[in-house]
Design a protein around this ligand. Structure first.
Ligand SMILES: Nc1ncnc2c1ncn2[C@@H]1O[C@H](COP(=O)(O)OP(=O)(O)OP(=O)(O)O)[C@@H](O)[C@H]1O
Length: 219
């Protein structure tokens, strides 16, 4: 589904490339962990995959079309959904309205379907009362579930997450990672997760380690 071909990237203030000639493939129905030491470039790679930045060399191909051909704005709107460590919810809204807004902005096939959004939040363990109060009144684990429900209500086939369990305790981490597995396996999406946590990488179907500017497939 997604192919990185001969990707090179460096920040202009750096002397050396962060990575060169990276070739990776990601498929739908599968989950992938990206692991590696702090500062190795995991978040940078994710920003290229998410269409937030462009590679300095090589190209990223989605279903046979290069991202530069699709256009990054369209790519971000239609094809990729991002889950952040800090949730990035609209903090002045309820969980339900967060989902409905994302469905409208991305022109989801479920746009305007309040019952669908409600059902998704219910599936992820939120009560009717929790769905309609301000999202900031929920716990961290609940807020991350809302962020995941938001992804599940949108049509993007590619779901990327940067340290999605970084703010969660062990129980919530396990629940959240199982939700990502469901997104990959039951919704047939491609899930790519940057993580520091071996427990998270162990659950993912595949794991790439970034070290010394190169990626190695660990499983
Ligand atoms: N906007 C930027 N401008 C210049 N250098 C940057 C920028 N963003 C990141 N870097 C540098 O690029 C390198 C890779 O950063 P990146 O955040 O991708 O690593 P990471 O593996 O995700 O790290 P961590 O695990 O600590 O989040 C680091 O040396 C960082 O200091």
């Amino acid at each position: 589904m997604l192919e990185l071909k001969n990707i090179g990237y460096w920040y202009d203030i750096q002397d050396n490339s962060l990575f060169e000639d990276v070739n990776l493939k990601f498929e739908t129905g599968q989950s992938y962990a990206i692991v590696g030491q702090s500062g190795s470039g995991k978040t940078t790679l994710l920003s290229l995959i998410s269409g937030l930045d462009k590679p300095k060399a090589g190209e990223i191909i989605l279903d046979g079309q290069s991202l530069s051909h699709i256009g990054l704005t369209k790519y971000r709107q239609k094809h990729v959904s991002i889950v952040f460590q800090s949730y990035n919810l609209l903090t002045y809204m309820s969980p339900l309205n967060n989902l409905l807004t994302a469905m409208a902005v991305t022109k989801s096939s479920h746009e305007g379907d309040k019952n669908y959004a409600r059902g998704m939040l219910q599936k992820l363990g939120l009560t009717d009362e929790q769905m309609t109060k301000n999202v900031q009144r929920l716990s961290g684990g609940q807020q991350q579930r809302v962020a995941i429900a938001r992804t599940m209500c949108c049509d993007a086939k590619l779901v990327v997450a940067d340290e999605p369990t970084g703010n969660l305790d062990e129980d919530n981490t396990q629940e959240v990672i199982q939700l990502f597995q469901k997104i990959a396996h039951e919704q047939d999406r491609c899930v790519i997760i940057v993580t520091h946590e071996p427990d998270v990488a162990a659950v993912c179907d595949h794991s790439y380690r970034l070290a010394h500017h190169e990626f190695a497939l660990e499983k």
